[in-house]
Write a protein of this length. Structure first.
Length: 394
C-alpha cells in the first residue's frame, strides 16, 4: 500500500500477484495444502501408498498402459533422460525444431555425442510431418525428437503424425510434452508414441521439481544397448524401484503429495473437459488481444490452447511491457525468448486458470500499453474475451 505523499503513481508496486506464464503455473490451494503437510519418510508405508496412487494416476494422464517413471527434476531432466537412455555416441538422430525448446533437444543430443541431423524451421512456423518423413527417407536416424507444444512461440504440433513418420522409418519417436500434457489431447499408446517426457509445473498444476517419462516396449528394448553414461537418469534403476514402491533415490515427497492431489483434480474434472476448457481460454485470450489491435504471433486457431503470443505495437519493447506489468500491476507474463526476445509477449492459460484470469491479464496489458504510449481502445479486450468464451462451446 502506498501512503499519500510518499510515492508518485509511477512508484506504485502492486501487492497482489497474478502468475500468467506457460510455466510455472499457479498451484491450486488444495495442492499447496498437501505440500505443506508434515514431511513423511520415503521408505514408510504412508509414502508407498501415496507413491502407488500417484503413479497410477500418471498412467491415466499419459493415456498409457506402460509404467510412467517419476523423477525429482525439471522437464529438461526428463528430456535428458530420454537421450541418455536411448542414444549412443555417434548414433544418428533427427531433431525437428521450430523454437527455443526444439533447439534444446538438439543441444542435449549433441551433449551426449549423438550425430544430430537438425530439421530446423523458423520460430513460429508449424513443422511438417511430411517433410520429416522425407528427411528420414534421405538420412538414417534411430530416433526422432520433436516438441508437442512449443511454448516459446505458442505452436502446438500433431505428435501422432510425427510418430507415424518415425515408425515408418524404423526410428523411435520421442516427444517433449512438458507444456501439453493435461492441456491438449495426447494419446501415448493409441498414437504409437514411444517416449513422452513431461514435467509437473505446467498443466499439471504443481510447483516445479518433478519430471516424468513414459516409454514403449520398443524404447525399453533400446535402453539395453544404448551406450550413453547415466546414473540418476537411469530408467531401469527407477523402474526397479517403482516396481516395489521403493524409489532408488530420495524423492521430493512433499511435491509428490501435491502432484497426486493435482492429478486427482484433473481426473475429476475429466481430461476431455480440461481440453475443452483450455481451447475456450485460448479463444478468449486471442480475441481479447486482437480487439486491442495487436498482431498474434501464435496461430489464430484452436491448436493454440496452451499459450497465446502477441507482438507489441511498433516502438514498444515487449521486455519493457512485461517488466511494467509485473512491477506496477502485479501480472507476470512471459517475454519472448531467443530470436523473439523484445518482440513478443506470451500469456499462458494452462492448468489452474479460468476466464477471469484471462480478463485480468488482458486488462493489465491494456493499461500497460497505454502507459507506454500505445493507442488502445479501453475495455474492448475484456468484453471481446468474455463473449468469445461464453459463446464458443467446443
Amino acid at each position: 500500500m502506498v501512503i499519500a505523499g510518499r510515492a508518485s503513481s509511477l512508484e506504485v508496486v502492486a501487492e497482489k500477484r497474478y502468475l500468467m506464464t506457460p510455466g510455472p503455473t499457479p498451484a491450486p490451494p488444495e495442492v499447496l495444502a498437501a505440500i505443506a503437510k508434515p514431511v513423511i519418510h520415503h521408505r514408510g508405508p504412508d509414502y508407498k501408498k501415496l507413491y502407488a496412487e500417484c503413479l497410477g494416476r500418471l498412467r491415466e494422464i499419459f493415456r498409457t498402459e506402460q509404467e510412467v517413471l517419476l523423477f525429482g527434476g525439471s522437464g529438461t531432466g526428463a528430456m535428458e533422460s530420454a537421450v541418455a537412455n536411448l542414444c549412443s555416441p555417434g548414433e544418428p538422430v533427427l531433431v525437428v525444431s521450430a523454437g527455443y525448446f526444439g533447439e534444446r533437444w538438439a543441444a542435449i543430443a549433441k551433449a551426449y555425442g549423438a550425430e544430430v541431423d537438425h530439421l530446423r524451421y523458423a520460430w513460429g512456423e508449424i513443422p511438417s510431418a511430411e517433410e520429416t518423413a522425407a528427411r528420414l527417407r534421405e538420412r538414417e536416424a534411430t530416433a526422432v525428437f520433436f516438441t508437442h507444444s512449443e511454448t516459446s512461440t505458442g505452436v502446438v504440433s500433431d505428435p501422432q503424425a510425427f510418430a507415424a513418420a518415425a515408425r515408418e522409418a524404423g526410428a523411435l519417436s520421442i516427444v517433449d510434452a512438458i507444456s501439453s500434457l493435461g492441456a491438449v489431447p495426447l494419446e501415448t499408446d493409441a498414437w504409437g508414441i514411444d517416449v513422452v517426457a513431461s514435467g509437473a509445473q505446467k498443466a499439471l498444476m504443481t510447483p516445479p521439481g518433478l519430471a516424468m517419462v513414459s516409454a514403449s516396449p520398443a524404447a525399453w528394448e533400446t535402453t539395453a544397448s544404448a551406450a550413453s553414461p547415466r546414473f540418476y537418469w537411469d530408467w531401469e534403476r527407477t523402474r526397479k524401484g517403482q516396481a516395489t514402491l521403493d524409489a532408488p533415490v530420495t524423492p521430493p515427497v512433499s511435491l509428490v503429495a501435491g502432484l497426486n492431489v493435482a492429478l486427482g483434480m484433473l481426473l475429476d474434472e475429466g481430461l476431455e473437459a480440461a481440453f475443452e476448457r483450455h481451447v475456450r481460454l485460448g479463444r478468449a485470450c486471442r480475441e481479447g488481444l486482437k480487439a486491442m489491435g495487436l498482431e498474434l504471433s501464435s496461430p489464430d486457431d484452436d491448436s493454440s490452447a496452451v499459450v497465446t503470443a502477441a507482438h507489441t505495437p511498433e516502438g514498444i519493447d515487449s521486455d519493457e511491457l512485461v517488466l511494467l506489468l509485473r512491477d506496477r500491476h502485479g501480472v507476470t507474463l512471459a517475454p519472448g525468448q531467443g530470436e523473439l526476445k523484445g518482440k513478443i509477449f506470451r500469456i499462458g492459460h494452462i492448468g489452474y486458470y479460468d476466464v477471469f484470469d484471462i480478463t485480468t491479464a488482458l486488462a493489465a496489458v491494456e493499461l500497460a500499453l497505454v502507459e507506454l504510449g500505445a493507442e488502445i481502445e479501453r475495455g474492448i479486450a475484456v468484453t471481446r474475451a468474455l463473449e468469445a468464451f461464453e459463446h464458443s462451446p467446443v
